[in-house]
Design a protein around this ligand. Structure first.
Ligand code: BTN
Length: 338
């Protein structure tokens, strides 16, 4: 049988279910021949070859040896909907797993507007238009990133959610502690750092007006095991969970641990606000008592010594004119200053 897939695959921005099926079938331990794959899936060897070529272009570590077939150059844990759903369903999460989408945040925002349930979670293996803060792109490695968004419908109005990204950071850092990654620090407002560089980022997008109960789409991107190509293409130092742990963890386990912590933290935040999280955030503050500059969208806002955070999550900067409350902006270290 020839499936409809027997056409050249040109568009590497689209990760198909077929590509993932073939990749899931490959192992690190032994080779699988193209013929065997073609027989199992009912596709031609040309199709199998095109899919493998697409995977290699996407930096998936597939090794091909003539006469033996294909294998993965290192172990990859693919996301598994039934495991995620079993573990997270008991907490009331409703999990969707997509092979590919533009951006889990964009997709979930759209679903939220159409009435999606509180605690809907959208996870994907690949985003072709992943978004970071301040209009930047967010890129991942196929099989080596966690890319997901959670819809949380709060009792609080948007005006009382200013500490949300900090609370999310605290929840992720606590979950990472539990997984054995010590030393996770937080950069205001919402980067997760390891000593080697940025491990992950958080993009929060709100729906609802300032006085009505608000909904938030909380998007999280975490580096689990990035390809060298991606690392070298990123302008800032990056860290991965594999670096932090000394081995590549199972991404399903990591995702479950993160969402468990997030559930407890967001529930508490909705009732009690940011106050119970302030101490933990400050204990992990990557720039505490260091000279920093804050850049706003329109240029430099101020410079001074980074201190703690205020009761609502605003960053406190000690300047020559006194303490300033920073509500938005990009923090960078001022090298060479004491
Ligand atoms: C940042 O540090 O700039 C925030 C990065 C947030 C990236 C995640 S990946 C999953 C979700 N979907 C997106 O398009 N962005 C967030």
């Amino acid at each position: 049988m020839l499936a409809a897939l027997d056409i050249p695959i040109e568009d590497t921005s689209v990760i198909s279910t077929e590509l993932l099926s073939v990749l899931r079938r490959l192992t690190h331990e032994g080779f699988t021949s193209g013929q065997e794959l073609a027989r199992e899936f009912g596709w031609s060897r040309t199709t199998i070859h095109s899919l493998i070529r697409q995977a290699v272009e996407l930096d998936v570590p597939v090794q091909a040896i003539r006469g033996r077939g294909y294998r993965l150059g290192r172990r990859v844990s693919w996301l598994e909907w039934d495991r995620l759903s079993d573990a997270l369903g008991t907490l009331g999460y409703r999990v969707q797993l997509l092979p590919c989408c533009d951006s889990t945040n964009s997709r979930l925002l759209q679903q939220a507007a159409e009435g999606a349930d509180h605690k809907s979670v959208l996870v994907t293996e690949w985003q072709h238009a992943g978004r970071g803060r301040r209009g930047r792109d967010w890129q991942g490695t196929l099989g080596g990133s966690l890319l997901f968004s959670v819809l949380w419908r709060f009792e609080r109005p948007a005006g009382q959610l200013s500490g949300l990204s900090l609370v999310t950071g605290v929840a992720l850092a606590l979950a990472l502690d539990g997984l054995g990654v010590g030393d996770a620090r937080l950069k205001w407002p919402n980067d997760i750092l390891l000593p080697a560089g940025k491990l992950g980022g958080i993009l929060i997008e709100l729906q609802g007006d300032m006085l009505e109960p608000a909904s938030a789409v909380i998007g999280i991107g975490l580096n689990v095991d990035l390809s060298e190509a991606l690392r070298s293409g990123v302008s800032q130092p990056v860290a991965t969970l594999a670096d932090g742990l000394g081995h590549v963890p199972d991404r399903n386990e990591v995702l479950v641990a993160l969402l468990q912590r997030l559930d407890a933290a967001l529930t508490q935040f909705d009732c009690e606000g940011f106050a119970p999280f302030k101490g933990e955030w400050e204990a992990r503050h990557a720039h505490r008592d260091q000279p920093v500059a804050i850049l706003g969208l329109a240029g430099r806002i101020c410079q001074g010594m980074a201190r703690g955070v205020d009761h609502d999550g605003a960053l406190l900067i000690e300047t020559d004119q006194g303490i300033r409350r920073i509500l938005s902006g990009e923090v960078s270290l001022r090298a060479g200053m004491a």
